[in-house]
Design a protein around this ligand. Structure first.
Ligand code: FAD
Length: 377
């Protein structure tokens, strides 16, 4: 744990040192803008959580001098496959994408945070921990943040990078419009014999729910699946049965490293700015983990906000980034609806159309670009 004395004044106060807050902090440090970043946790979380880093995020991380060390820790996957059960419907290659990073990088979120933190320290800055912001009040001249210890921090602006239950968003009076998904999400990191192998991310469609399987460093695979009703901690037997039903004959699980069940919301903040208070990352948008876009969008928000501070163009930030979150949420919803339709005719049409569309280079490129988030440049 790093214990650092909390300054009393700064230009930008960042609440939350997850991937979003760290990306913003590095951007501000590079631009020479004074800031203080606080987090309520004594140490960064060390669980894997978001495991996918898309090409556009790697481009952003390259601007922060953080792409190469992250790539060194991860595993590169060059194609995305869609299946109905075990039958392949479509393969989308990433390796033709116009980017220096024509792949998806699989790497645990704790590694992404560690690389950003190392970069922040290399720039002579650090996270102030553990400081929980308990109240936020803005006036004409600035923002006063009060910690649960009673200490105060006065800032020109405060950024809520403080996750889904954001205290900054609540203080700003910004609504978080949306609702919870009806089904729960099962996440599991396993070792297994997986017929499609380690070179692809696989999405399987099925009326019981959609399932994503992706390789993780260390010989593991990450499984994300929507399930109507799952146990709080799914065991190996549960996850094996899930794959037997949804990808018959493709998987034999040999070990379960970690698993969990989540209730997930899809919500976007009505605004990203209220006066001197700004929002980024999960504080501003949450959605299905199936597309692996939560953390990616957050890092890109942090970077964009850093650029907006550097250019003194804060007004443009919401216009630039809020439509991205709306698009990510609707893409995930559309994908879920197509994947899980119970309608036999619709399913049949989908299963005929997708392989045909998959032969069209323009369709494959469009889908690869959307998944890699390269259209958000
Ligand atoms: C178990 C799990 C699995 C996930 N899997 C995936 C996945 O597979 N793919 C995907 O894309 N996304 C996934 N996510 C979501 C992903 O982790 C988030 O999108 C990402 O962490 C968002 O980053 P953030 O920095 O905006 O917020 P967070 O990571 O939530 O960070 C917020 C930080 O703010 C701090 N904080 C909060 N309130 C205060 C306060 N009042 N004062 C001080 N500090 C405060 C917290 O301690 C935390 O460190 C998963 C999340 C979880 C929990």
């Amino acid at each position: 744990m790093t214990t650092t004395a909390l300054p009393t004044r700064t230009e930008v106060a960042i609440v939350g040192a997850g991937p979003t807050g760290l990306a913003l902090a590095v951007s501000l440090a590079q631009a020479g803008i004074e800031f203080v970043i606080v987090d309520q946790l004594a140490e960064g979380a060390n669980t894997s959580r978001a495991a996918v880093v898309h090409a556009r995020t790697l481009e952003v991380l390259a601007e922060l001098d953080a792409a190469d060390p992250l790539i060194a820790r991860g595993e590169q996957v060059t194609r995305f496959a869609v299946r109905d059960g075990s039958r392949r419907l479509l393969t989308v290659p990433f390796d033709g994408l116009p980017t220096p990073y024509p792949y998806t990088l699989m790497v645990p979120q704790s590694d992404t945070e560690a690389v950003l933190l190392a970069r922040l320290r290399a720039l002579g800055q650090d996270v102030h921990r553990p400081y929980q912001v308990s109240s936020v009040a803005q006036d004409e001249d600035g923002v006063t943040l009060t910690m649960s210890t009673g200490q105060t921090l006065r800032a020109g602006y405060a950024v809520g990078a403080d996750g889904m239950h954001s205290a900054v968003r609540k203080a700003a009076g910004i609504e978080f419009t949306g609702s919870a998904y009806a089904e729960s999400f099962v996440l599991a990191d396993v070792t297994m014999d997986w017929t499609p192998g380690r070179d692809e991310v696989t999405l399987t469609f099925g009326s019981a729910g959609l399932t994503v399987v992706a390789p993780l460093p260390g010989g593991h695979y990450r499984i994300v699946a929507t399930v109507d009703d799952a146990p709080a901690t799914p065991d190996l037997t549960f996850v094996q049965r899930l794959l037997d039903e949804r990808a018959p004959g493709l998987a034999r699980i040999t070990g379960l490293a970690w698993s969990s069940r989540f209730r997930v919301h899809h919500r976007v903040a009505d605004h990203y700015r209220a006066g001197r208070l700004l929002l980024a990352g999960d504080a501003a948008h949450v959605h299905s983990p199936a597309g692996g876009q939560g953390m990616n969008t957050g890092i890109q928000d942090g970077y964009a906000l850093g650029q907006a501070f550097a250019a003194r163009q804060l007004d443009g930030y919401e216009a630039q980034r809020r439509p991205v979150a709306q698009r990510v949420v609707s893409f995930a919803d559309r994908m879920t609806r197509i994947a899980t339709t119970h309608n036999k005719t619709a399913r049949g049409a989908r299963n005929i159309a997708l392989p045909l569309l998959g032969h069209l280079p323009a369709f494959r490129t469009k889908l690869a670009t959307e998944l890699a988030e390269l259209n958000y440049r």
